[in-house]
Design a binder for this molecule. Sequence first.
Ligand code: MN
Length: 238
Amino acid sequence: MKVRIGVSCGITYTKRGAAFNHLDIGYTKSLLASEALPLVMPVLQDPTLVDKVLDQVDGLLLSGGVDLSPLLYGEHLMDASHRYDKRRDANDLLFYRAARKRGMPILGICRGHQLINIAEGGTLYQDIPSQVDTKILHSASPEQQDMEHMISITPGSELFQALGTEELLVNSVHHQAVKDLADTLKANATAPDGIIEGFEGTQGGWLLGVQFHPERLSDQSEFQGLMKYFVEVAGREK
Ligand code: MN
């Protein structure tokens, strides 16, 4: 039987108040290319259903999306006009905590990576350009293509095993980033300016976060290799 990966999704709200489940097709495409069966997990109204959904999957992929509310890690909003999505924050945290409790393999991408750090007790930079002295552009204006920068990967780390290299040019589409890394996590990749671009868990089940977007670069072997590595871990532990 194929390895089943649950993928969290976002919510798109329309002007007339309708809400749509929302997920970049790159996630399911790269999982399918890894011989996995991706199952898109709905935004649930009923938290008691979380475990029933998780019973159906072997691994959890926390996808990217809108910024996480700074209220989650006890900070005031630097920009009160910025839009957050409390409903998605709550839903993703429910899935994360329940999966973590089971020791289920978890991969967090971008927002998912940041969510893991918050759930484990860490904090974020709310806005890299105004809080970090750096010349690297980690995000572009919406009409531009993804930015790019190098990362250095710790030899021997899980991310190194997955990517098979110590240096890699990655895409970058984030203006938030890990500030204080949670005690239960260990950084395994950094940008030249020191921004944490990857981490792994030091206790409990297999846990990996990446700040870049492998699902958008699945035509490149390293990035597809990362997805495949995650599917293999989930398959081994099911
Ligand atoms: Mn970056």
